[in-house]
Design a protein around this ligand. Structure first.
Ligand SMILES: [Fe+2]
Length: 302
């Protein structure tokens, strides 16, 4: 079970629920859409941790900066969709060739073992998505795996730099034998209300919500300049090896404190298929603007 230390000054939005319970209540779209983290209770991926452990995880050995970026944002199918041939080079695709040459040090057996491990995790992620969000119509999947160490991120809300009014669903899993440690703090509506007057957040009304997130991430929470200088209270969660959880990382502020390897799958979902389309991120932000400006007008009229 995940070790969770809840902070009394942050709303308790962490739910632990078994996969059979998720299925019997018809999924958890309503919970995730309203900013809950759902941790799958008593569930562990039977993942081959040893495969990833043997990979060379230092990306410094990859000379080409673009390839290095792609490996950092690796997508699981890049490992398992194509097997290496015995010809040289084994792949036409330079990214796959780099996975073989550098991460697997030319070891085809290790490549195939990693491919099998990631194929299993991929299939499980798809199965969990279908169980958790049975009504969702997804039109795109970004099936990322993180195989490099993450330490001491600054607190932030995810900004995908996409101003489309889309909904996302995410499945996360710890693919390492050590805990993956997250700190999580307020959700977007709460922090907006807290900061609204002092930081004049009304100026972001009607604009791309990423601008608002950028401002809060950078100017209020310190961004890359004043890392770890913010004073927001946090819950702390240590996810077990193979543990799986669901959450909307634009609604929930988070920081990865420590982690070695993870699956981070993101589906773009048609808003009409949500439990409630009014829960989509852009609409939630606009609703806070609307209610805060109403409150401001009422105060001015008094
Ligand atoms: Fe993030």
């Amino acid at each position: 079970m995940a070790l969770i230390i809840r902070h009394p000054d942050v709303e308790d939005y962490i739910v632990e629920m078994s996969l059979p319970d998720v299925v019997s209540r018809g999924g958890v779209a309503d919970l995730v859409e309203t900013g809950h983290i759902v941790i799958l209770k008593d569930f562990r991926l039977q993942f081959d941790f040893g495969a990833l452990r043997q990979l060379s995880r230092s990306l410094d050995d990859i000379a080409d900066p673009q390839l290095r970026r792609h490996v950092k944002k690796l997508e699981a199918p890049q490992f398992f969709e194509q097997a290496p041939s015995w010809r040289k080079p084994a792949f036409r695709d330079p990214l796959r060739q780099t996975l073989l040459d550098t991460l697997c040090r030319g070891d085809r057996k290790l490549f195939k073992r990693t491919a099998a491990a990631l194929r299993y995790a991929h299939d499980e992620a798809l199965r969990i998505f279908a169980a958790a969000f049975p009504s969702y119509e997804a039109y795109r999947l970004v099936p990322s795996v993180r195989i490099t160490r993450t330490l001491f991120e600054n607190l932030h809300w995810d900004d995908h730099s996409i101003d489309d009014d889309f909904h996302q669903a995410r499945v996360f899993a710890n693919l390492d034998e050590r805990p993956r440690i997250w700190h999580v703090s307020h959700r977007v509506p709460t922090i907006m209300r807290k900061l609204y007057e002092e930081h004049d957040l009304g100026r972001f009304a009607g604009r791309d919500p990423n601008e608002l997130l950028n401002y809060i991430n950078g100017e209020v929470l310190g961004g890359m300049h004043k890392t770890w200088m913010d004073t927001q209270p946090r819950h702390r969660i240590a996810f077990d090896p193979g543990e799986v959880w669901l959450g909307e990382s634009r609604l929930i502020s988070h920081q990865i404190y420590y982690g070695e390897a993870a699956l981070v799958y993101m589906w773009f979902v048609r808003a009409a298929s949500m439990a409630d389309p009014a829960n989509r991120f852009n609409a939630v932000v606009e609703e806070v603007h609307r209610s805060m400006s109403e409150q401001g007008n009422a105060a001015a009229a008094e």
